[in-house]
Design a protein around this ligand. Structure first.
Ligand code: NAP
Length: 318
């Protein structure tokens, strides 16, 4: 039997031969449009999967997101229709944690600003006061959401002799053991962190979790790093906190209205902005596509996908 899969993007990476073989064996046909005969969707964050979209594809069995975050998918609507939703955890964890650190170091030591200074021909002589930044080693890193990426980011702090604090609803004993991290409540995390790195998923509970009130509780001179999702941070409040000097800097890979960025942020020298490239390494991207295709193939064969978000959706279908 052939399957019709809506894939609004073409992924340029070559995929593992066994996956290519399986796609061929099942007669999977990728199509750029969604329609009544669509069996599966393999999509990126830009595709909003809601009840309206699901209504246009009555045969749909699986929505396979090529991302670990799935705030673009209305999971309840999928479950109600017996559609299983899947994501790609683990394969992008280390790449994203690396990027959180790239932002942390860049923001603390003013790396992009210093580069702009050199390229603009402003470097005339070595100077004692030029572009002084913040120490990283020996300071306190706060991890908001010690899941896969939060913990991987925390592990890297050991090499910088940092104290690690974290919040999570569950205690992470192994993480505590390997990093000597301390689990604290959200307020303590805000008050005690020199660097606050955001790693919670975007949800109703976490939207604007960090706003004006939270910035006012943070250490003066603290640095915010966000590689999770833009809407977790209230961008207008962030601009104010950076302008007032409450925060020394911010390193951001994600924004409230991507690809638009609050104009106030772009005017500030002490903000490092990146175009949502947390998982953008060749190996992470290739493995994300492969994971998504494995999830999709499993569902098409009537099996439970390895990374089902709403496994109970399949019960619904029976
Ligand atoms: P994960 O393993 O599920 O980690 C998220 C953690 O957040 C969980 O451990 C959860 O722990 C905690 N959490 C959830 N809600 C919370 C709340 N209200 N307060 C405090 N903690 C909360 O996910 P991950 O793989 O680390 O990915 C995290 C996020 O990173 C993704 O959802 C995605 O949005 C983002 N991401 C971005 C990029 C990028 O390109 N910039 C790349 C990959 C991922 P508890 O259940 O114990 O609270």
């Amino acid at each position: 039997m052939a399957f019709r899969v809506y894939r609004p993007y073409v992924f340029p990476d070559t995929i593992a031969p066994e996956i290519a073989k399986e796609l061929k064996r099942l007669g999977v046909k990728f199509e750029p449009e969604l329609h009544e005969e669509t069996d599966a969707i393999v999509c990126l964050l830009g595709v909003k999967v809601d009840a309206a979209l699901l209504g246009r594809a009555p045969r749909l069995r699986v929505v396979s997101n090529v991302a670990v975050g799935y705030d673009n998918i209305d999971v309840a609507a999928c479950t109600a229709r017996g559609v299983v939703a899947t994501n790609t955890p683990d394969v992008l964890t280390e790449a994203t944690a690396d990027l959180a650190w790239a932002l942390l170091l860049a923001a603390a030591r003013r790396v992009p600003e210093a580069e702009r200074f050199v390229r603009a021909g402003k470097w005339k002589r070595w100077d004692w006061t030029t572009l002084r930044g913040a120490d990283v080693h020996g300071r306190t890193l706060g991890i908001l959401g010690a899941g896969r990426i939060g913990q991987a980011t925390g592990h890297r702090a050991v090499g910088f002799s940092m104290e690690v604090l974290y919040t999570s609803r569950q205690r992470r004993l192994l993480f505590e053991h390997t990093t000597l991290a301390r689990r604290v409540d959200f307020k303590t995390l805000l008050r005690e962190s020199d660097f606050l790195s955001v790693h919670v998923p975007l949800s109703k509970e976490t939207r604007h979790l960090i706003g004006a009130k939270e910035f006012s509780m943070m250490k003066p001179g603290a640095i915010l790093i966000n590689t999770a999702r833009g809407p977790i941070v209230h961008e207008a409040a962030l601009v104010k906190a950076l302008k007032s000097g409450r925060l020394a800097a911010a390193g951001l890979d994600v924004f409230e209205q991507e690809p638009a960025i609050h104009p106030g942020l772009l005017k500030l020298e002490n903000v490092v902005v990146l175009p949502h490239i947390g998982s953008a390494t060749d190996s992470a991207r290739r493995r994300m596509v492969e994971t998504a295709l494995r999830n999709c193939l499993a569902a098409l064969k009537g099996e439970m996908p390895p990374n089902a978000i709403n496994a109970h959706a399949l019960e619904q279908k029976k």
